[in-house]
Design a protein. Structure first.
Length: 390
C-alpha cells in the first residue's frame, strides 16, 4: 500500500554503522532503522545467535514454556527493577498492552470508564488505542472514531496533570515518553518525572513510561527514566530491544504485574525462541562491549561539536539530547537536509518538521562520528545560510 513516502534508495548490505546500496554506494547510517539497530548492522554476535537458534528451534507458541523467553524476561527485570514481562512484536503492541493493563487496573478498582492521561506531541504507535493516545492530529485524521478514555495535557507540565487529577475521578494512569522521539527529541525534565512519580503514588495511578525508543541504552542509560532516579509501574519497550528483529515487551511492577490472568491477553508470535535468542545476544553484547558508556561519550561529543559549529547561529533554536538520541532544532522545516545528506552519503532523519534527529548505532566510534559531522555540519551551515522562506 502507499503508506510510505520512501526515499529512492535500496540497501543491499550493512556492516556496523555502514550501509551499501544496490549501486555499491556507501552510507553512514545515523538513523539505524529508526533507533532500532542499536549494535549497527549485522553485528557478528547477533548474527551468530540468530543463525544458531534458527537451526535449533524457531517458534512453538505461548501454549508451552519458552526457556529463552523466561531468560530474557529475567534479564530485563534485573536491569529495570520491574517484576514481570509480556512479550509482543512491536512498540504499538507494547503500548496496547500498557493501555489494557491500565483499564484492567481501573475496572478492578471499580472506576467507571477508567481513563489515562497522555501528552501533546506524544507518539505511541499506529494501532487504534496507541493512535488515540498519540498527540498528533495528523496521524489520527481520517481514522475516527478514536478510542475513548484519554485525557491530553501539555508535555512537561506537572500542574496540568495535577489539575486533571483534581477534577477527573476516572483517571487511573499516566502514559508519557521520557524523551518524545517522533515529535522532535523533547526531553521530559527529571523534576517533572519525579513529580509524576509522586503524584501517581498519592493517587494510586499507574505511571506508564513509553520507552519504546528511549529504552535499551539509547539515552546513555539502560532506560530513560533512570536519569530521573525513578521507576515506572509499566514500561513498554521495543525498537532497540531486538537490535533489528521485531520484538516488543511490556514490563510491569507491583500490582500492575499481576493483573493479567490466563486468557486476559496474548500474542501468537510474542517471545518466540528465535527472537528472544536475538534479544539476549543484543543485551549481552551491549554489556560486554561497553556500548552504553560509549553512547554517553559519543552523545556528549556530538552535542559539543554541533554546539561549537552552529550553536550561536540565530537559526539554530536548540541542540539537545540524551545519550545518542540527539535533536538539532532549526527555525524552519528542514526535510530537505535528509535528501542532501543522502546525496552526500549520510542517513539522517527529521522529526517534528524542524528538528534533525540523530539516532545512530550505540556502538558508533569517534572516527565514524567525525565522518558523520564532517558531512552534516557543512550541510546545516549551508542550509541556514539561505534566507528563511516566508
Ligand atoms: C516507534 C515508537 C512506537 C511505535 O512502535 P512500532 O514498533 O512502530 O509499533 C511507540 N512509542 C514510541 C515512543 C516510539 O518511538
Amino acid at each position: 500500500m502507499t503508506s510510505y513516502a520512501r526515499l529512492p534508495i535500496t540497501f543491499e548490505r550493512g556492516e556496523g554503522v555502514w550501509l551499501w546500496d544496490d549501486k555499491g554506494n556507501k552510507y553512514l547510517d545515523a538513523v539505524a532503522g529508526v533507533a532500532v539497530n542499536s549494535l549497527g548492522h549485522c553485528h557478528p554476535k547477533l548474527v551468530a545467535a540468530i543463525r544458531e537458534q534458527a537451526g535449533k528451534l524457531i517458534h512453538t507458541s505461548n501454549l508451552y514454556n519458552i526457556a529463552l523467553q523466561e531468560k530474557l524476561a529475567a534479564r530485563l527485570c534485573e536491569l529495570s527493577g520491574m517484576d514481570n514481562v509480556f512479550f509482543c512484536n512491536s512498540g504499538a503492541e507494547a503500548n496496547e498492552t500498557a493501555i489494557k493493563l491500565a483499564r484492567k487496573y481501573g475496572n478492578e478498582r471499580g472506576v467507571t470508564n477508567p481513563s489515562i492521561v497522555v501528552t501533546e506531541k506524544s507518539f505511541h504507535g499506529r494501532t487504534l488505542a496507541a493512535l488515540s493516545a498519540t498527540g498528533s492530529r495528523k496521524a489520527q485524521a481520517g481514522f475516527e472514531p478514536l478510542v475513548q478514555g484519554f485525557v491530553r495535557v501539555p508535555h512537561n507540565d506537572i500542574e496540568a496533570v495535577e489539575a486533571v487529577g483534581r477534577n477527573d475521578p476516572s483517571i487511573v494512569a499516566v502514559l508519557v515518553e521520557t524523551v518524545q522521539g517522533e515529535s522532535g527529541v523533547n526531553i521530559a525534565r527529571s523534576e517533572y518525572l519525579q513529580r509524576l512519580r509522586k503524584l501517581c503514588d498519592e493517587k494510586q495511578w499507574l505511571l506508564m513510561l513509553d520507552e519504546v525508543q528511549t529504552g535499551i541504552g539509547r539515552t546513555g542509560k539502560w532506560f530513560g527514566h533512570q536519569h530521573a532516579g525513578i521507576v515506572p509501574d509499566v514500561m513498554p519497550l521495543a525498537k532497540g530491544l531486538g537490535g533489528g528483529v521485531p520484538i516488543g515487551a511490556c514490563l510491569a511492577r507491583g500490582a500492575a504485574a499481576k493483573l493479567f490472568k490466563p486468557g486476559s491477553h496474548g500474542s501468537t508470535f510474542g517471545g518466540t525462541p528465535l527472537i528472544c535468542a536475538a534479544s539476549l545476544a543484543v543485551l549481552q553484547a551491549m554489556q560486554d562491549e561497553g556500548v552504553i558508556e560509549n553512547a554517553v561519550r559519543m552523545g556528549d561529543y556530538i552535542r559539543t561539536r554541533v554546539r561549537e559549529a552552529i550553536g550561536t547561529h540565530s537559526s539554530v533554536v536548540e541542540i539537545r539530547g540524551q545519550g545518542l538520541m540527539i535533536g538539532i532544532e532549526l527555525d524552519r522545516p528542514c526535510g530537505e537536509i535528509v535528501k542532501q545528506g543522502l546525496a552526500k552519503g549520510i542517513l539522517i532523519n527529521v522529526a517534528g518538521d524542524t528538528t534533525i534527529r540523530l539516532v545512530p548505532p550505540l556502538n558508533i566510534n569517534k572516527i565514524e562520528v567525525d565522518y558523520l559531522l564532517g558531512v552534516l555540519l557543512p550541510l546545516i551551515q549551508d542550509f541556514i545560510a539561505q534566507p528563511k522562506a516566508a
